[in-house]
Design a protein around this ligand. Sequence first.
Ligand code: ATP
Ligand code: MG
Length: 429
Amino acid sequence: MSKTLQAIRGMNDILPAQTPIWRYLEGTFAELLASYGYSEIRLPIVEYTELFARGIGEGTDVVDKEMYTFLDRNEESLTLRPEGTAGCVRAVLEHGLTGGGQVQKLWYTGPMFRYEKPQKGRYRQFHQIGVEVFNQPGPDVDAELIVLTARLWKRLGMAEAVTLQLNSLGSSEDRARYREALVAYLQQRFDQLDEDSQRRLTTNPLRILDSKNAQTQALLADAPTLADYLDDESRAHFEGLKARLDAVGIAYQINPKLVRGLDYYGRTVFEWVTDKLGAQGTVCAGGRYDGLVGQFGGKPTPGVGFAMGVERLVLLLETLGLVPEALDPAPHAYLCAFGEPAERAALALAERLRDQLPWLRVLVNAGGGSFKSQFKKADKSGARFALILGDNELAARTVGCKPLRDDSEQQNIAWDALPECLATCLEQG
Ligand code: ATP
Ligand code: MG
């Protein structure tokens, strides 16, 4: 017997029982973003590998270990996008959307791909909802991004379950000076570092700060901190952000070790984290990347954004019992038909109902069956009414309408009167 085909490890089907939760989350987000004046952009899933190598940076985990890269039939190196920011920057540059200092406030959603070790909350195909703002250099827009995510948590009912962590990475000069100090400090303790951190000491030393290794973390307790290396402008930017968050009453923790995995961040970085999902606790992460557009050959253009992990938010909704009931509502009516002439009439009648009541959810019985079996299916569907069409009803151009959720009597209703009858009954209950 041939082996059953299976999905690729870490790449999940999202089954019908789950899709309503996804739609709910995406719909809530789209509505919220519209209320802040953000527009949707849709971007390709595959890009030239160089885009990510240049944008995200060699020496990062994503580029060095996690990308799905392949040669196409024309021997071009392509990569399944591991994140959305690089592609978004490419698109705005390619279409001149940020020229002349135009402000762009954009959002996108879709699958991302990273070759990681699959586990709860960490997959190889996962989904992000992301936001990017261009040509807004001030801390006001950093604050807006955080404020709108806070509103999202509130709408979803999970505000109590997440906390905000904040840090400033300063300017690239600040980081260069800090890097030197950090490397000097860690070099003297090289033997005590974990293997990954030893390697990073030359490739990407700041990433050592968020090492998961306990001994490395202990070593870092007395290491120089980035906050001491910020120049006046970065310091003022950070203060401006904090003052705005204070003004709207959003609580935050300063986390000096928050450096983010991707290379392009500077100044503001933030993460929303939860302790309800185990190790994969970051549900939203972002920051400012004023240098990135220039790195792609564009005119220097300030940028700031974030991305949320949709799978983690779905898990969190489920874990906290926050999935609203009736996301996937039952049909309003189940149409039973007996005999072929009635079946044909049922199909036409259902279409007429849908013409007149586009919101109506009506299931037409398929596959025939006895009265008993069709009624059983009607009941199981969760419908409010069974509509019954047999030879007698067909001759009289009526349907039997039997309420399934209470004890009221069955009525005969003329086809012409049926839409209005259903509309009235369903509105009342
Ligand atoms: P982590 O430290 O968890 O690996 P990251 O820093 O690599 O996260 P980002 O690149 O900032 O993550 O992505 C933003 C968000 O996307 C994360 O906060 C997380 O919610 C989600 N995310 C990232 N990688 C995965 C993944 N492999 N599976 C599911 N969600 C993910
Ligand atoms: Mg990661």
